[in-house]
Design a protein around this ligand. Structure first.
Ligand code: NDP
Ligand code: 2IT
Length: 450
């Protein structure tokens, strides 16, 4: 369709060198063809042109002093993408690969993901090209304080509410909140993913991983199948991967792998969750140390990965849960998964499968839960944290978990019913994109040209 093609061509000209951002935009716009053709209002109101343009982009210098007394400088970002449905909401990523393209793709995905949750939250994302690896606690604190010295003026409990993502967990949220409070004097729910000691919600830590498994469960149950006895490949070894593995065990599946940036662990007997938590949540060490406790497991270092993909996907399994990072599952990986009998993929990470890999899953008609639907449990539970903070309440673990399950079920139903409405019942990419888009676009039209 020329309208979509022209929009993407223009975007590439006006926002040059943002490959990840174009990838995310192309995937969404491709899905929208059927509704753009039948709904003139979207074109008349230039919804597509407006939705790909962030409402506001904040980029700033983050200077800080390392343990040797040397001044270091990083780039900080907060992209406030779309506030049609509520305050900007989305995580902060601290990783050396962070740049404007990555933050924009994440912010763009967040708009539709947040819409799918059915909760009143807009889309945003931020972060820095800061590498937390090997940094002392003092360095992390000074970096977080400097980051907030600029960001504090842009965020607030009803305007923009950041949370964690890669490299940002409860410790970083604590340092950032402390500095925000010092600068503003406000003790309010300006961050989510806070410690349980001072305003955090039960289940937020677990929510993305748990939600991603609930999503897989609903995809399978809809076709009369279940997770029981399924062998599952999981990538990543961080927050999302750990709680994906935990929930898989609770629902009777067998997670057999995990990975980090040094390599992949494949453990045929099932990944030992206690060891994994100890390595990654307590000792914060590389994954090859897993072998010390479990010599029967296999470690595949990055140097031995196939040239066209990722070793984690080359093992036989029934299901795959990519939970590390974007583009970590290639077309070749997808073909191997399908050839090995994999019947479903549920994405804990954001955009972990390349566009070609997604095509392979859709063509094979296996269950495929795209990240913006399958990993929405994290941000949904963040909104539950905001609701508890605003009403000065504290809900029990069971209460929050129950709400999370209902939200994930509704996201699945919304995506699959929308996919069926457009004649492709198995295509949850189409279903999730159209369902998320319609809600945001209609809200934008009702709110006028802003
Ligand atoms: P963590 O920082 O806790 O863990 C990230 C994991 O992925 C680590 O094991 C890390 O390995 C690995 N990883 C990261 N980047 C790379 C890379 N370039 N190559 C290889 N491995 C890599 O982050 P999260 O678990 O929070 O996030 C994982 C994914 O889930 C991300 O895509 C994030 O956007 C997404 N997500 C997170 C949500 C949340 O609530 N936290 C919500 C929804 C989505 P190493 O430590 O060696 O770098
Ligand atoms: O990608 C994501 O949805 C997150 N990193 C969580 C965002 C949030 O605000 O909880």
């Amino acid at each position: 369709m020329t309208y979509i093609h022209n929009t993407i061509t223009k975007l590439k000209k006006t926002s040059p060198a943002q490959a990840e951002f174009y990838q995310a935009v192309e995937e969404v716009l491709d899905s929208l063809q059927p509704i753009l053709e039948t709904n003139e209002q979207y074109q008349l109101n230039s919804i597509i042109e407006r939705i790909v343009e962030p409402e506001r982009q904040i980029m700033f210098r983050v200077p800080w002093v390392d343990d040797q007394g040397k001044v270091q400088v990083n780039k900080g970002y907060r992209i406030e993408f779309n506030s049609a449905l509520g305050p900007y909401k989305g995580g902060l990523r601290f990783h050396p690969s962070v740049n404007a393209s990555i933050i924009k793709f994440l912010g763009f995905e967040q708009i539709f993901k947040n819409a799918l949750t059915g909760l009143p939250i807009g889309g945003g994302k931020g972060g820095a090209n800061f590498d937390p690896k090997g940094k002392s606690d003092g360095e992390i604190m000074r970096f977080c304080q400097s980051f907030i010295n600029e960001l504090y003026r842009h965020i607030g409990p009803t305007t923009d509410v950041p949370a964690g993502d890669i490299g940002v967990g409860a410790r970083e949220i604590g340092y950032m909140f402390g500095q925000y409070k010092r600068l503003t004097g406000n003790y309010d729910g300006v961050f989510t993913g806070k410690s349980l000691l001072w305003g955090g919600s039960l289940v937020r830590k677990e929510a993305t991983g748990y939600g991603c498994v609930y999503f897989a469960q609903y995809m399978l149950e809809d076709k009369g199948d279940s997770l029981v006895g399924k062998r599952c490949l999981v990538s990543g070894a961080g927050n999302v991967a750990i709680y994906t593995i935990e929930k898989l065990y609770q629902l009777g599946a067998i997670p057999v792998s995990c990975s980090d940036s040094s390599g992949t662990i494949y453990h045929e007997a099932g990944v030992n969750l206690d060891t994994l938590k100890d390595l990654k949540e307590v000792r914060k060490v590389r994954l090859n140390e897993y072998l010390t406790a479990h010599p029967d497991a296999k470690f595949i270092p990055i140097a031995e990965y196939p040239e066209d993909g990722n070793a984690v996907w080359r093992q036989p399994a029934d299901l795959a849960f990519p939970c590390a990072t974007q583009n970590e599952l290639s077309e070749a990986d997808a073909k191997v998964l399908v050839a090995n009998g994999c019947i479903g993929v549920s994405e804990g990470a954001n955009m972990p499968s390349t566009q070609d890999a997604v095509e392979v899953f859709l063509a094979a008609k296996i269950h495929y839960g795209p990240g913006k639907a399958a990993n929405a449990g994290g941000v949904a539970t963040s909104q539950l944290e905001m609701a508890q903070n605003a009403s000065m309440q504290r809900w029990s673990f069971e209460e929050v978990d129950e709400k999370l399950k209902v939200i994930m079920k509704n996201i699945y139903l919304n995506a699959s019913e929308t996919a069926a409405e457009f004649g492709e019942p198995h295509n949850l990419v189409l279903g999730a994109n159209i369902a998320g888009f319609r809600k945001v676009a209609d809200a934008m039209i009702e709110q006028g040209v802003v």
